[in-house]
Design a protein around this ligand. Structure first.
Ligand SMILES: [Zn+2]
Length: 213
């Protein structure tokens, strides 16, 4: 790993980020953390990854959404962040939990990602797999449950938008769900065939993708 850091061509993290990542991976304490969170609790790594008030839940979601959007834009047209879904009239959906609100939006859409002429919709979720609520659960099962929960958008996208829907579920431990894995593999292949070798674009992809599967 030290070699990865010292190699400027493949380095993806700055010095502080790299040191913090090593500490997180080996469960070592981080330096320079504040004592308390904005919510009043003690500020620990576990708390920062779970707290909706002073934590980094929205930040980690938006960072991944924007990074993926940047790369999709290189290989697809009509890419849009947070697209509003078309309003419903009297459509009926088999899945009762289907989202039907007028304000429903997903994280991004891209023309012809999976199939030529068909718009692909995506929704990102990053989960802290070591949170108290996930204690005792196998990581693959956590991802599968969250992928299933996102299916509440699927039929609306298929029936009304005539598009495809893919939930992009990943974890703070650098693992990911099966759909996200397939998506990244396809995206990396598209980028690789258009530009340069895959490892240049996603320095950590090959390194990380074996962790779950
Ligand atoms: Zn907090």
């Amino acid at each position: 790993m030290a070699e990865r850091y010292s190699n400027r061509r493949t380095r993806a993290l700055n010095k502080q980020e790299f040191t913090d990542s090593l500490c997180l991976r080996y469960n070592l304490p981080l330096s320079n953390l504040p004592s308390y969170c904005a919510c009043g609790e003690m500020f620990t790594v576990n708390h920062a990854l779970s707290c909706k008030k002073g934590g980094f839940i929205a930040q980690r979601h938006d960072t991944i959404r924007d990074l993926l959007t940047t790369h999709i834009s290189k290989v697809c047209r009509n890419v849009e962040t947070e697209p509003l879904l078309q309003p419903l009239d009297n459509e009926v959906f088999n899945l009762q939990s289907t989202v039907t609100s007028r304000e429903a939006r997903l994280d991004k859409k891209a023309g012809s990602f999976w199939t030529p002429g068909v718009t692909a919709f995506f929704d990102v979720r990053v989960t802290h797999v070591n949170s108290l609520s996930n204690q005792g659960e196998h990581t693959a099962r956590i991802f599968k449950e969250q992928e299933n929960e996102k299916r509440k958008y699927k039929q609306r996208v298929m029936d009304v938008e005539m598009g495809t829907f893919t939930p992009l579920v990943s974890g703070t431990d650098e693992c990911m769900g099966l759909d996200c894995h397939n998506f990244l593999k396809t995206l990396a292949n598209k980028l690789s065939s258009k530009y340069t070798p895959l490892a240049t674009l996603f320095p950590g992809y090959e390194y990380n993708s074996h962790l779950l599967y």
